[in-house]
Design a protein. Structure first.
Length: 263
């Protein structure tokens, strides 16, 4: 594995580049860092793919940007830093939304899309369950308490029957490590609304949902499947929003089949 640092004002990005073969980018959710893909990387590398994952601006080992920043610009910087013109894009949540945005803005750079529990630029988000608890934690400056409430929303499978975070849950560790990030200001530049342009996407696409995820994500997933020509939708179980660490065997098989068909 090669570790690379890419810089594009006002961002510095941590990138990991493993294996050889056709390039695949793994883009993480807006509540995790790139460790959400810890099980996917070896599975894809062993199957003959070059796997590139990175920490988005302000997450994991990528420091908080010094000003307004674009996630599409960050994605392009990653591709440029590793020297690839086009990639298969596998994204979780925010990472999926970024893949769609890159496909729309720079069509030649995306060979295929795997949109896992996808977000979507321009989507009219409702108030999600637990908002009052998250707001209360933020108001009292309790970064860890806020992260626990974020985990309760997106990773309910990380809690035991008593409502306590499971000590050995890797997904919980990855999300809770982002606690300081959740307390920071959001200087992310909004991308153009994606839904009106989904019909312009002309690459093989699979949409993957978890059966225990919030209904809003299921709605976005259905819109992606209906809007992108030829896209198919698959639901995996048992899985909440953090599918790469909930159903790795099912997900890896699905992704490898998708990549093989896209080739």
């Amino acid at each position: 594995m090669r570790s690379i640092t890419a810089k594009v004002n006002p961002m510095t990005l941590h990138i990991e580049d493993s294996g050889s073969g056709e390039p695949v980018v793994l883009a993480h959710a807006g509540v995790t860092d790139c460790r959400i893909w810890d099980l996917a990387v070896p599975a894809l590398v062993e199957s003959g793919y070059r796997v590139i994952r990175y920490d988005a601006p302000g997450y994991g080992r990528s420091p908080r940007p010094s000003g307004p920043h674009s996630l599409v610009a960050a994605a392009r910087a990653v591709l440029d830093a590793v020297g690839v013109d086009s990639v298969h894009w596998i994204g979780l949540s925010q990472g999926a939304a970024t893949g769609v945005d890159v496909a729309l803005a720079n069509r030649g750079r995306i060979r295929s899309l795997a949109l896992i529990a996808p977000g979507m630029s321009g989507y009219d988000w409702p108030q999600l369950p637990g908002f009052d608890r998250r707001q209360a934690a933020a108001d009292r400056g309790d970064a860890y308490g806020l992260a626990v409430e974020v985990l309760r929303l997106w990773g309910p499978m990380s809690f035991d029957e008593a409502g306590q975070v499971r000590a050995d849950d890797h997904a919980a560790v990855v999300l809770l490590d982002q606690a300081d990030c959740f307390m920071g200001d959001d200087d992310e530049i909004d991308e153009p609304a994606a839904e009106p342009r989904l019909g312009e996407i002309a690459v093989p696409t699979v949409v993957v949902l978890g059966d225990r995820d919030v209904e809003t994500i299921a709605d976005i997933g259905r819109r992606c499947q209906e809007g992108i020509p030829g896209a198919r939708l698959v639901t995996l179980a048992p899985a909440d929003h953090l599918l790469p660490l909930r159903v790795p065997d099912q997900l890896h098989q699905l992704l490898l089949e998708h990549l093989a068909s896209a080739r």
